[in-house]
Design a protein around this ligand. Structure first.
Ligand code: SF4
Length: 308
């Protein structure tokens, strides 16, 4: 089972072993316009549920195999906090992870639930996404499950932020003509300003999206950044840049199956592949391109390897 992917080079968290809590199918309570996975109707909960032991065994094997890691990222082919055994998984992960940091990437929609929040409190770093404050914009961009209540979600983020002892990050992904009005940006800034954020990333669409949407222009992003900074929010526009300092210097070896799994979950830029994967893996990738199992797509100024 393809639970582990990568390691991948994150723009901000270094070289990270990816753990997919939903390896068979996408299971998410949103169906975001910009999702890098295929579009799919939002789910209320996970249907396909892995045993924690299976996940922990896979992590342990990978920790022995890959060196030079900075962190373990818990994510999913969808929303990882829908995984019902997250608390148990995190408690047991503590025993095997050594000094690696744990990072959760969540859409933030379930933090209002005390059972889920107590699992999220066990992470070193939590990065949640927030794409809108207004109901209509939220529905348009995130296409949430019909039972999700935005007010409850926003309150949940506040409560969690008050309890969390680790590093808290937020990300807003902007889609042109959807959540990029000055009014909506002001609302988001007002909401985020009181939170103890280590950083807010305001991001363009970075990877090929599920639906036909585009990002605002780089000039627009500079304006957005100024607005957030006026609210004293430490705001960054992540850029694809030289990751050489953090990279494991192309020593990662992956099988054909592992390459496909990684690209399915996380299309990799040409630059990242060159930095992270060893020459044999890059050769296998070329064979996958020749057999049309992998293709190259360009988003903005960046080209990605993408599972066809
Ligand atoms: S972007 Fe994240 S939250 Fe949105 S649909 Fe995709 S997996 Fe779910």
């Amino acid at each position: 089972m393809n639970i582990i992917f990568g390691p991948v080079q994150s723009r901000r968290f270094g070289t990270s072993l990816g753990v997919d809590l939903s390896p068979k199918i996408k299971q998410c309570n949103y169906d975001c316009l910009y999702c890098e996975l295929e579009g799919k109707k939002a789910d209320k909960q996970m249907q396909e549920i892995l045993e924690p032991k299976l996940i922990l065994d896979e992590i342990q094997r990978s920790l022995q195999r890959f060196k030079g890691l900075n962190s373990i990222t818990i994510t999913a082919n969808g929303e990882p906090t829908l995984y019902p055994h997250l608390y148990e998984l995190m408690l047991k992960l503590e025993d095997i992870k050594g000094d690696l940091q744990t990072l959760l990437l969540t859409n933030g929609s379930t933090l209002y639930d005390p059972c889920i929040a107590r699992a999220c409190l066990l992470f070193d770093k939590v990065k949640f996404s927030l794409d809108a404050i207004s109901q209509d914009v939220f529905k348009k961009i995130d296409r949430p499950h019909k039972e999700l209540d935005l007010n409850k979600i926003l309150k949940g983020i506040y409560t969690f932020a008050g309890d969390f002892k680790g590093e808290l990050y937020a990300e807003i992904l902007f889609v042109k003509n959807v959540n990029d009005s000055i009014e909506e940006i002001h609302k988001m800034a007002q909401f985020l300003a009181p939170l103890p954020l280590k950083r807010l990333d305001i991001s363009p669409i970075d990877r090929p999206p599920a639906y036909k949407v585009t990002s605002p222009s780089p000039e627009d992003f500079k304006q957005f950044k100024l607005i957030f900074e006026r609210f004293n929010i430490p705001t960054f526009i992540p850029e694809r840049k030289d990751n050489k300092e953090n990279s494991t210097h192309n020593n990662i070896h992956l099988s054909q199956e592992e390459i496909l799994k990684t690209l399915n979950l996380r299309p990799m830029s040409l630059e990242d592949v060159e930095l992270l994967w060893d020459l044999q893996t890059q050769k296998t990738l070329k064979e996958l391109i020749a057999s049309k199992k992998v293709s190259i797509k360009t988003v903005g100024n960046t080209s990605f390897y993408w599972k066809t």
